[in-house]
Design a protein around this ligand. Sequence first.
Ligand code: BGC
Length: 410
Amino acid sequence: MNEYTFPQGFLWGAATAAHQVEGNNVNSESWLLEHLPGTIYAEPSGDACDHYHRYPEDIALLAKLGFNAYRFSIEWARIEPEEGEFSLAALDHYRRMLATCHEHGIHPVVTFHHFTSPRWLIRAGGWLDARTPDRFARYCERATRHLGDLIGAACTFNEPNLPMILSKILPFSPQEGPFWSAAAQAFGVAPDRLGLFQFVTQPQMREIIFAAHRRAYDILHAGPGNFPVGLTLALIDVQTGPGGETEAAVFRRDLAEVYLEQLRGDDFVGVQTYARMVVGAAGIIPPGDDVEKNQMGEEFYPEAIGGTIRHAAAVARIPVIVTENGLASTDDARRAVYFQRALRSVAAAIEDGIDVRGYFAWSALDNFEWVSGYVPKFGIIAVDRATQARTPKPSAHWLGAVARANRCAF
Ligand code: BGC
């Protein structure tokens, strides 16, 4: 066994997203989509983990386990529930959350947009509307003015490349079913103007989101506070199988590089990885039946994070934070193995000179996994859905101990 000590000041944390844990995010577009007749969501988010009220207990628990950082998102639909109407109560809530992090020695990494948007934004054209960068900039300005002095690091957007991944790999095309027309009707827009962040693949969406990112980057840097700003991407480790050189290069370009290139000059890129994809001459080679898989049907392959860190750093040429990495499984022993093997590949990347500044497990809590509902278990802390009781799993103790020591044995 080798012992590896991570760089001084390395961030060790776990991550969540507001809609997946807070509960009752009723002004968001997702709440509406979850309740549409014929919805593609397995179940509604409901109370989720009631993190909106239980964050003091959750943050204290992360600190007690040994973590020094927590990545969470603030919810635009709560902060600006109607266009131009800002909720001071919601802003104060997130200020208290940030203060709680500091009281526990936890470095808060704040995501300004993690998939969900206010309903009014989607009615106004959402992420297909050219006015949305201005709207996002106004929200970021208001939120930063209230919270900036307590923020440790910020991600403007979470995974703007996800819809591309879903459509090219699964393929997942909700646009083609009755759900899409029902949703368009509910928001009062034409089906081809339904600008849902998680599902839209029209090319202008990328331009709109990156215009919004650029505006937000400058606003967040204007203070108050002085913290690094980046954006996170969903990155799959695309590996070349027999004869797959050209095909694999196309996947790498379309799913990752066209986004990574836009991040040059940012303070960091948030790398979020769960699996690999092997591409041969005829396209994606699916993992065999005998291969271990996670609950999402992907191959159990913890080393994927090493590949994506290297790719992201080579293309974006900026520091990396692993803002999400983890395993959907009911077998927590496999999660600990996953973390250990993943960390070995993170350590190897650092040893090769790549500037990696932190590692965040997805997720702190068993939470609402979007269209899949509450079935997938990504959490290092179990949540009893009837009582909301929290129970750290053995993997939480294992990763927390690594975090406290800043050291891992492989
Ligand atoms: C997202 C999370 C999601 C996780 C697991 C990432 O795509 O940022 O919101 O729960 O992956 O699927």
